[in-house]
Design a protein around this ligand. Structure first.
Ligand SMILES: [Zn+2]
Ligand SMILES: [Zn+2]
Length: 444
């Protein structure tokens, strides 16, 4: 385990109030194993008042009976445990105390005997920060809180995230060193490098994002040249991910870029996506968007879905011009709840060519849609600002924006969450990781 990811609503329900207590307070995060050494919190629980053997302002010890009951539940869930406690009077970066060190070894032996297949961790939370390590070991573990705001609460490798002050001076003036560091240390995945994705990639390169994962199976076609950023005539036939990678490197020659010429609905691409830190969803395929929307909650990788639409009437007249940008993360509604996914379109997109040809309901879904560069760039810029608002303290607060190109109006509706949603509700897949299924092509 090298990273613990915790949904923001869990943190706010359990850790935030625990820090208001005048005594040390214990809590547990039940985790599932994600990809890339991540532990994903599915449930947070504060130790009840009767669970302590002793509890003062400088020490807290849990009773064996409670630990037995806690580990029995974790075992039934197939979960690991992050055993956390507060140092309520510490306003600096917390350290594990001598008391913590002495108590952790027997706890490690206890958990390893009862839950040998799961990784466990210890965490200490003060008013000034968070620290975590593998239970009973020396290895430090990164901690990330994922919600409408994404915050790295503890990063053992922060020194690796330095950036050039000369280049980013104007941005540091806007959202501070910590914000620029957060941008530099976030691996951003782009699904789709067409009309919107190619613009987002360019803006992120200027913003200081240094690690990119680019996923798109398509090659540049002549009809893309009106809107794909940097689409010069001689690049026709090249893969869109390669063109985007070259454009990023022109802005930042040090950028680390992984390109995948792959449909995101393949197992390999989806699993790799689940290891990234932030996703821009820049495809108009409903099947891809449904899958990535679920993945964002399931693997605790926040995403921004964006899209544009130019509606044309029967006589060819333009009736509506709209764009959307919506963030997907625990605490925010998913694409299903936003009504942004058509299950009928998903069904058709998941068919093979042969099935589609035989389907009586399939008509003209493959027709090219109208598209213009300025609308794409408008929505791309709104999405990139939303990203800044999510990963830095810059006050870009909107998490759902709806643009009406006809009136020029920008609305920020709230997505109502379905309390029984199988994706984004508390009975959904938040933090379930690979243990939950997500429909992929050829894997139904
Ligand atoms: Zn302690
Ligand atoms: Zn939902």
């Amino acid at each position: 385990m090298n990273e613990i990811r915790i949904p923001a609503p869990q943190w706010e329900d359990v850790a935030t109030p625990a820090l208001l207590e005048q005594k040390e307070t214990c809590m547990s995060f039940f985790t599932r194993t994600g990809f890339g050494g991540r532990a994903l919190s599915v449930l947070a629980e504060r130790a009840p008042a009767g669970a302590y053997l002793r509890r003062t302002d400088v020490a807290a010890e849990l009773a064996p009976a409670y630990l037995v009951e806690l580990t029995a539940r974790a075992r039934r869930m197939g979960a690991g445990l992050v055993m956390a406690h507060t140092h309520p009077f510490d306003h600096g970066m917390p350290e594990f105390s001598d008391v913590d060190n002495a108590g952790e070894e027997p706890l490690r032996a206890f958990l390893e005997a009862r839950l040998p297949t799961q990784p466990h961790a210890a965490m200490v939370i003060s008013q000034g920060g968070v620290r975590a390590r593998v239970l009973g070991g020396a290895a430090a573990v990164k901690v990330v809180r994922v919600g409408a705001e994404v915050r790295t609460l503890f990063d053992p490798d922060l020194s690796a995230s330095s950036f050039s002050h000369d280049v980013y001076d104007r941005q540091v003036r806007a959202f501070g060193r910590a914000g620029q560091t957060a941008i530099a240390s976030t691996e951003v995945a782009l699904v789709g490098l067409g009309g919107t994705g190619s613009v987002v990639a360019q803006e992120l390169a200027h913003l200081g994002v240094r690690r990119f994962l680019l996923i798109d199976p398509d090659k540049l076609e002549t009809s893309n040249r009106n809107r794909v950023f940097g689409a010069q005539p001689e690049l026709i036939g090249r893969h869109k991910v390669e063109i985007a990678a070259e454009n990023i490197l022109k802005v930042n020659p040090q950028a680390q870029i992984e390109t995948r010429v792959e449909d995101v609905l393949t197992r390999a691409a989806a699993d790799r996506l689940a290891e990234s830190d932030f996703i821009f969803l820049c495809t108009d395929s409903h099947a891809s968007r449904a899958m990535v929307s679920q993945l964002a909650y399931q693997h605790l990788v926040p995403a921004i879905d964006m899209g544009v639409s130019i509606g044309v009437g029967d006589a060819g007249e333009v009736r509506e011009i709209t764009g959307r940008a919506q963030m997907l993360a625990p605490g925010l509604g998913c694409l299903l709840c936003a009504g942004a996914i058509s299950s009928e379109v998903v069904r058709i997109e998941m068919m093979t060519e042969v099935q589609r040809a035989q389907d009586p309901y399939f008509r003209g879904q493959g027709e090219p849609q109208p598209a213009v560069v300025s609308l794409n760039a408008t929505m791309s810029s709104l999405a990139v600002s939303m990203f800044m608002g999510a990963v830095t303290s810059a006050p870009f607060r909107a998490r759902y924006q709806w643009y009406d190109g006809v009136t020029g109006r920008l609305r920020t509706p709230t997505v109502g969450r379905n309390p029984g949603c199988l994706v984004c509700s508390s009975s959904g897949v938040i933090g379930h990781g690979p243990s939950a299924t997500n429909p992929l092509r050829g894997a139904r």
